[in-house]
Structure formats: C-alpha cells, structure tokens
Design a protein around this ligand. Structure first.
Ligand SMILES: C[S@@+](CC[C@H](N)C(=O)[O-])C[C@H]1O[C@@H](n2cnc3c(N)ncnc32)[C@H](O)[C@@H]1O
Length: 315
C-alpha cells in the first residue's frame, strides 16, 4: 500500500527525522494546519488534473508568504481545446491559439495571481513551464494590498490573429482586427503577461544542477532551464514557424537561421522550451514575417512558390 511504500522510502533515505506521512483529504488537512497556525515555506500541489480545487486552502495556509508549487495535467482546458472547462475552471475567456502551451502556463499563473490578489497577496512566478503533458509552476507571495494591485497589473487579455499569428496583450477586452492583416482577432484572458521565470532563481538552479551528479536526466533539466532562462525576458508568446510557413505556402527555413537573422537585427530571439517548431522573439511582427518570408523564399524551389505567397508578401 502507498503509505507503507512511502515509509520504506523515508527509511532508505535516512529521513525519519525530517519527513512524516499524513493520510487525509488535502483541503481538510491544509485547513487544519492553518488553524494550528503552522506556517510552511512551501506547499506543493500535485493532484490529478487541475490544482484549482486545492488552491484556496493552499493560499490560506501560506498566508501570503513562501512559495506555492503546483502541477496541472488538465492541459486540454488550459490550452483552449476544452473551451467550456477553461471558462468554468479558470474564469477565462477561452480561445485556441497557435501558442497553446504558453497559453496553458499563462492562464494558470494568471488564475493564481487573481485568487491571491483578493486576499491582498501579491503572487509572482519564480518558474513556470510546460513539460511532457503537464504545466508546473512555482509562485512566490508577498502580503499587501498595493503589492497585490501591482501584481494584477501583469494580467492582460491576449489578442491573437488566427491567420498571420500576430499576438499582443491589452488591458481591456474589446473587438479588434489584426493590425497586420485585418482579420478579426480572437481573445484569451485574463492571462499573466509578465516573465515566467526569475533569472536569479534559474541561475541558482543551474548552479545547483552542476553539483547534483546523481540526478537522472540532468542533461534534459539543464537544457530546459537554459532555454527558460533565454526565453524569460521575451513575454510575447512564441511563433509556430511551421504554421507561419504553411500560411505563406513556403518551405520552413531552419529555426537557427531565423534566430540568427533576428539577433543580427538587434532583437532578442531564441528557441522555446514550449515547442520544437517555435521561436520566441521581441521583434515586431512585420519583421518576423519578413525574415521568415525571405529565408523561406531562398530555400523553396521556384516552381513550388504559389500565388498566395505573392499576395501576402506585398502587404
Ligand atoms: C498525481 S498523484 C501524486 C503523485 C505524487 N506527487 C508523486 O510524485 O508520486 C495525485 C495523488 O493525489 C491523491 N489525491 C486525490 N485527491 C486527493 C484529496 N482530495 N486529498 C488528498 N489526496 C488526494 C491521489 O490519491 C494521488 O495519489
């Protein structure tokens, strides 16, 4: 049985003085600890599906201090595939974007920021990412109404053009057309629009990783953290370059080449941990489309260049 196995593991790790096991309903147990005025440094929620049903008790227990770690495996609602569940569970105007994995992370972080703010706690992500089929977040809290107001300023509606992938954030919900191709835009939000990682924390984690030679898959962890570090200052969601190229009716150029050209023009640009077909950049949309178009044209045989591309390239 699970409890016996956990106890055996504790023994194997010589951790009898550090770890104890409690079998209880998580919400009731967190409420009990809060009543006993226990002040944990960290609460880690790892439920089946969404952490939302456990969030209230975890926030009350933390009392605006420490760190909340949470895993969400309900990625279909979070990424917009199940629109109704996304609205119901996370109180978000639902949509499907090309940057669905970043959407999942930004929806969850945004939801935690809002739930914390109504208790006058400011929430800020130390690290938030997508891996395999789950979202993982580590959120730090501070107390104070003004700090909570400041944290809320990081929430926004994300506007997305389903044709050309133009994306930006706006404080308010409204009807808009894409400033690039004039298509009616779709909206998802509120979402968290700030950096998804603290550079300081990720640097410390990378240093720590260098010392932990026992860790299985440490190469994967190193690659993930390095990418997250490079992406963190670029808050605009990633581009799916394969989709950009299918819109342009052109072959996909090498991502490394696109990144090199954008960096050469003075912009930030990097691959993203969210998707191997994606890039993240702070370059304006017109520069991204232009760069991809030029590189794709030079790598697409002349006889495969279709009529559609000529229309788009003139805009
Ligand atoms: C995804 S698993 C956690 C796995 C664990 N963290 C690990 O790494 O091995 C979710 C666990 O939450 C437990 N669980 C589900 N609802 C619960 C509740 N209301 N209170 C306490 N535990 C619950 C389930 O029995 C299951 O063991």
């Amino acid at each position: 049985d699970a409890i016996a196995l956990i106890k055996e593991n504790i023994k194997l790790n010589n951790a009898e003085n550090k770890v104890f096991v409690q079998r209880a309903d998580a919400n009731r147990y967190m409420e009990q600890l809060a009543e006993e005025r226990v002040k944990p440094h960290i609460v880690d929620l790892d439920p089946f599906g969404s952490p939302a049903p456990f969030l209230e008790a975890a926030l009350d227990l933390l009392g605006g201090r420490g760190v909340l770690a949470a895993t969400a495996t309900d990625t279909a609602p979070l990424s917009g595939t199940h629109a109704k569940a996304l609205r119901r569970r996370y109180d978000v105007v639902p949509a499907r974007t090309a940057w669905e994995k970043e959407q999942a992370v930004r929806v969850l972080v945004g939801y935690i920021v809002r739930r914390a703010a109504n208790r006058e706690y400011a929430a800020k992500p130390l690290l938030a990412y997508y891996a395999d089929h789950y979202v993982r977040v580590y959120i730090e809290f501070e107390r104070g109404a003004r700090k909570a107001d400041k944290a809320l300023e990081m929430l926004a509606y994300a506007y997305y053009c389903p044709i050309c992938q133009y994306t930006d954030y706006h404080k308010y919900y409204m009807r808009r057309r894409c400033p690039y191709c004039n298509t009616p835009m779709i909206v998802v939000g509120p979402v968290y629009s700030g950096p998804l990682a603290s550079e300081k924390i990720v640097t410390l984690m990378l240093e720590e990783l260098g010392k932990t030679n026992w860790l299985q898959n440490s190469k994967r962890a190193y690659e993930l953290l390095s990418l997250i570090m490079a992406e963190a200052p670029i808050t605009k969601p990633y581009y799916r370059v394969d989709r950009l190229c299918s819109w342009l009716h052109l072959n996909m150029p090498k991502l490394s080449k696109i990144i090199e050209v954008l960096q050469g023009k003075g912009y930030r640009a990097t691959r993203t941990h969210f998707d191997p077909r994606g890039i993240k950049t702070d370059a304006p949309h017109s520069i991204v489309v232009d760069t991809v178009l030029k590189l794709a044209l030079s790598s697409t045989p002349q006889n495969q260049i279709g009529f559609n591309r000529i229309n788009y390239s003139s805009t």
